[in-house]
Ligand binder design. Structure first.
Ligand SMILES: Nc1ncnc2c1ncn2[C@@H]1O[C@H](COP(=O)(O)OP(=O)(O)O)[C@@H](O)[C@H]1O
Ligand SMILES: O=C(O)C1=C[C@@H](OP(=O)(O)O)[C@@H](O)[C@H](O)C1
Ligand SMILES: [Mg+2]
Length: 167
């Protein structure tokens, strides 16, 4: 069993939103590793960061990704930092990884609209820029398909992913 697509990219690139829409379009199940981690920990991601720290979150996340890659055959969206774990990068090499690319301005706007992200509570613009600059080479290396999301509607993005996944 293996996911039909694994979505990666920075916070605000649309992994959770586009992942669900892509799964609906393909008629398969959707899974998000942040939700898996929250279920395992019994609390929201933001509480895990505050009460247990980022390191524990990353351990739970790496475990959630490993399990989901082995068990799930629909669309899988990762948290933006999941690719920081070397073991996760090795596993992802065997999967159809889709990188949702987003520029800083759109990402800032989008995370401002969504629920709290503990890494971006203070100075979201500057922290997001640092995080995006540091991770971009990893996202690019892992990607089999790259989709630009700036100024594009979710439906268009899903169309492009579906075309990219065709054999
Ligand atoms: N292509 C898009 N255009 C406009 N808003 C978007 C787009 N993709 C996602 N969003 C919005 O941006 C916010 C963050 O999206 P989300 O899917 O949670 O991103 P991620 O999981 O990558 O952090 C949500 O409010 C979502 O509705
Ligand atoms: O980029 C990151 O390090 C994180 C991204 C979040 O997921 P999204 O990318 O879905 O926002 C979530 O996993 C956590 O807040 C850490
Ligand atoms: Mg998400």
């Amino acid at each position: 069993m293996s996911p039909r697509a694994v979505l990666i990219g920075p916070p605000g690139s649309g992994k959770s939103t586009i992942g669900q829409l892509l799964a609906d379009r393909l008629g398969v199940a959707f899974r998000d590793t942040d939700t898996d981690v929250e279920r395992t920990a019994g609390k929201p991601v933001s509480d895990i960061f505050i009460e247990d720290g980022e390191e524990i979150f990353r351990e739970l996340e790496a475990d959630a990704v490993r399990r989901a890659l082995a068990e799930h055959d629909g669309v899988l969206s990762l948290g933006g930092g999941a690719i920081l774990a070397e073991a996760t990068c090795e596993l992802l090499a065997e999967h159809p990884v889709v990188y949702l690319e987003v520029g800083l301005a759109n990402a800032v706007q989008r995370v401002g609209l969504a629920s709290a992200r503990p890494l971006l509570v203070l100075n979201p613009r500057s922290r997001l820029k640092k995080l995006m600059d540091a991770r971009r080479p990893i996202y690019e290396k892992l990607a089999r398909i790259v989709v630009v999301t700036d100024e594009r509607e979710p439906g268009q993005i899903v169309d492009e992913i579906v075309r990219g996944l065709e054999p």
